[in-house]
Design a protein around this ligand. Structure first.
Ligand SMILES: N[C@H](CCC[C@H](N)C(=O)O)C(=O)O
Length: 276
């Protein structure tokens, strides 16, 4: 069968977006990995799937699969593209869209044709819920990896993140430590690994080695997790500009008891059809 899709990105974190509201298909893990392949398939960091809601009070179900085929709980850059997609495809005319994800319900607010704001929900710091092997909240917490000790912060935005502070983002050995830390045994469901350089209390630079996708040009949940980790170490203000290799996101977190809000752009690259 032929499946329609849209190729999109959020600051270079790129997605294949499929509407399974008006189309029907069952995609296996193997098929997803094939579609993700940048030489033999469409190529993407994540596959985003739009499904009808499975409960009241939400407009859609939002499912996310990494390039390695693993289904995951949350994708921040993808959430912005999701909002643009469902409006462009006339699946809704709403500007405030509630979606359910495995990582919890989030609210998407379409301000204009480009920028979308996302209420990403509350950060999760309880180790058992991240999940992370520690007795208490891990801000910061020493972990050993191949005889090197890292002071990390463990934060979930519905998906697990570890955040570590570096002096110079350009000197950070992301390609060496990213794959090792992603699979560190203290994160039983693996982790997204954020390397954060604090420029000042309102600006950071961030690189993220993503679980199941490798280093991406941007990571929305990673930006949220980094701001939470920085604020809890009294390094950051409530509103932070997060400079990623693909561009900048505005993140706001007023502190515990508040959800994390993200604003950033969305880009539609092309429409396509693929035989599956
Ligand atoms: N790799 C992530 C999912 C995608 C997150 C990222 N692309 C974002 O914008 O939040 C994970 O395995 O939890």
């Amino acid at each position: 069968m032929l499946l329609r899709f849209t190729k999109m990105h959020g600051l270079g974190n790129d997605f294949m977006v499929i509407d399974l509201v008006t189309q029907h298909a069952r995609l296996t893990e193997e098929k997803i990995k094939q579609l993700a392949n940048r030489h033999f398939g469409i190529g993407f960091d994540q596959l985003l799937i739009v499904e009808p809601p499975s409960k009241p009070d939400v407009d859609f179900k939002y499912r996310i699969f990494n390039a390695d085929g693993s289904e995951v709980e949350q994708c921040g850059n993808g959430a912005r593209c999701f909002a643009r997609f469902v409006r462009d495809r006339k699946l809704t005319s709403k500007r405030t869209i509630n979606v359910e994800t495995q990582g919890g319900d989030i609210t998407l607010i379409v301000h204009n044709h480009n920028d979308v704001e996302v209420d990403m929900g509350y950060p999760i710091l309880e180790p058992a819920l991240i999940p992370f092997h520690a007795e208490q909240q891990a801000i910061t917490y020493p972990i050993n990896c191949h005889n090197q000790t890292f002071e990390i912060s463990a934060v979930s935005m519905g998906n697990p993140h570890m955040v570590l502070i570096v002096e110079d983002i350009l000197q950070a050995q992301v390609e060496k430590w990213g794959p090792l830390l992603e699979k560190h045994e203290s994160f039983p469901q693996r982790a997204n690994v954020g390397f954060m350089q604090v420029i000042n209390s309102q600006q950071i630079k961030l690189r993220v080695f993503e679980r199941g996708a490798g280093e991406t040009l941007a990571c929305g949940t990673g930006a949220c997790a980094a701001v939470v980790a920085g604020r809890l170490q009294n390094l950051l203000a409530e509103q932070v500009q997060v400079d990623l290799p693909g561009g900048s996101l505005q993140i706001e977190w007023q502190g515990s008891g508040h959800s994390v809000r993200m604003i950033g752009p969305t880009t539609r690259v092309f429409e396509g059809q693929v035989r599956i």
